[in-house]
Ligand binder design. Structure first.
Ligand SMILES: NC(=O)c1ccc[n+]([C@@H]2O[C@H](COP(=O)([O-])OP(=O)(O)OC[C@H]3O[C@@H](n4cnc5c(N)ncnc54)[C@H](O)[C@@H]3O)[C@@H](O)[C@H]2O)c1
Length: 315
C-alpha cells in the first residue's frame, strides 16, 4: 500500500495505532477517533508533526463524515472492543459497532470509496463445534452482542460490495496482543499484579484456551492479504496453536519477576471468564496460509512478547 489516502477509524486505539505506524511513511493517513479508549491520544500524538498525518477527534456516531474528502481506502477498527460487558449493555455494541459501521459504508457509497479492510472477530462463530474453525463454518450463533454486531457488519459489507462494487477484506481476528494494548487478559493481569503482588484473580477456571496473534503480524497480514485479494472475502487471522489463560498468568508472573503468587480462579459459569465468553477459540488458518502468509510469532511467542511489551509500557 503506497501513495494512498487512507482513513483509519479507531486509529488511536491498540491495533489502529500500530496500523498508523505501519502505513504512515508511504501514505497519507487520516485518523478519526473519539478517544474513548482510556489512553486518549497517547499512541498517536507522536505522529502530529508528520505531514502525512491528520487527526480528527470526533465520534463517528455523531459527526458528518462527508467532510472527509478524497479517501481511497478505509481501514475500519473503531468499535466497542471490550467483549466483556455486552450483557450489561448490548446497545453499546449495537451503536458503536453496527450503527457506526453502517455509517462508514454509507460514507463510502456517497463518497465513492471502493476499498475497506474490516476488523471482524472469531466471536461471530459462537461456540463452534468444529475446531480449528474454518471460514465456511455455520450456522453462526454468536453468544455475545459483540459477536452479533460483527456478524451484522460482515453481512452489510458483503451486501454493499455486491451493490456498489466495493472490495471488502473482512478479517476474523483471533485474540490480538502486543504493543499499545489497552484491554484483554495480559493487560488485566499486569494491572492486577501491580496492585497486589501476592495474589492474582483469574476470571473463569484458567483452562480457557485461545489462539493469540501478535499485533505486528495482525497489521502486516491485513495489508498483505488485502493486496492479494481481487474481490471481497473473509479470512481468519490467527495462529496454528492456542495458549491457555493459566499459561498466560505464568508468563506474566515470570515477566514481572514475581514468586509464590496465589492464583484465585473465579470459576465463572462453566469455567468461562464472563457471560458471553467463548471458552475455546481456535481458527483454521489454511486460507491465510494458502494466500502466502506466514506469521513471525506463534501463539505462545506472541503472548510472551506481548507480556514484555505491556510490562514495559505499563511500568
Ligand atoms: N484486540 C483484539 O484482540 C481484537 C480481536 C477481534 C477483533 N478486534 C477488533 O479490532 C478493532 C480494534 O480493536 P482494538 O483492540 O484496537 O480496540 P481499541 O478499543 O483499542 O480501539 C478502538 C478505537 O475506536 C475508538 N472508537 C470507539 N467507538 C468510536 C466512535 N463511535 N467514534 C470514534 N471512535 C471510536 C476508540 O476510542 C478506540 O481508540 C475493533 O473493531 C475490535 O472489535 C480486536
Amino acid at each position: 500500500m503506497k501513495d494512498k489516502n487512507i482513513l483509519i477509524t479507531g486509529g488511536a486505539g491498540f491495533i489502529g495505532s500500530n496500523m498508523v505506524e505501519k502505513l504512515i511513511e508511504t501514505n497519507n493517513i487520516t485518523v478519526i477517533d473519539n478517544l474513548n479508549n482510556h489512553v486518549g491520544d497517547k499512541f498517536i500524538k507522536k505522529f502530529n508533526a508528520n505531514k502525512n498525518f491528520n487527526f480528527i477527534n470526533d465520534d463517528i456516531l455523531k459527526t458528518d463524515l462527508e467532510k472527509i474528502k478524497n479517501i481511497d481506502i478505509v481501514i475500519h477498527f473503531s468499535a466497542n472492543s471490550d467483549v466483556r460487558y455486552g450483557s450489561d449493555d448490548p446497545m453499546k455494541d449495537f451503536d458503536n459497532n453496527v450503527v457506526v459501521t453502517q455509517k462508514i459504508l454509507e460514507y463510502m457509497r456517497k463518497m465513492e470509496v471502493n476499498e475497506i479492510l474490516f476488523a471482524s472477530s472469531s466471536t461471530v462463530y459462537g461456540e463452534a463445534k468444529i475446531m480449528p474453525t474454518p471460514e465456511n463454518y455455520g450456522p453462526y450463533m454468536p453468544i455475545s452482542s459483540y459477536g452479533a454486531s460483527k456478524m451484522a457488519n460482515e453481512g452489510f459489507i458483503t451486501a454493499y460490495s455486491h451493490y456498489y462494487g466495493i472490495k471488502g477484506s473482512i478479517f476474523r481476528f483471533a485474540n490480538i496482543v502486543g504493543k499499545n494494548s489497552t484491554h484483554g487478559v495480559i493487560y488485566d493481569f499486569i494491572n492486577k499484579l501491580n496492585k497486589n503482588k501476592n495474589e492474582l484473580e483469574i476470571l473463569g477456571d484458567g483452562t480457557q484456551e485461545k489462539s493469540y496473534m501478535h499485533v505486528i503480524d495482525c497489521v502486516n497480514s491485513m495489508i498483505f492479504i488485502h493486496e492479494k485479494l481481487d474481490k471481497t472475502d473473509i479470512i481468519n487471522l490467527g495462529n496454528e496453536e492456542t495458549t491457555s489463560v493459566k499459561k498466560i498468568a505464568d508468563y506474566v508472573v515470570n515477566g514481572l519477576g514475581l514468586k509464590n503468587v496465589e492464583y484465585k480462579f473465579t470459576g465463572g459459569i462453566n469455567g468461562r471468564g464472563w457471560v458471553g465468553d467463548v471458552k475455546k477459540t481456535f481458527l483454521d488458518i489454511q486460507k491465510l496460509k494458502n494466500l502466502g502468509w506466514k506469521s513471525k510469532y506463534t501463539s505462545d511467542e506472541a503472548v510472551k512478547t506481548a507480556v514484555e511489551e505491556t510490562i514495559d509500557q505499563l511500568n
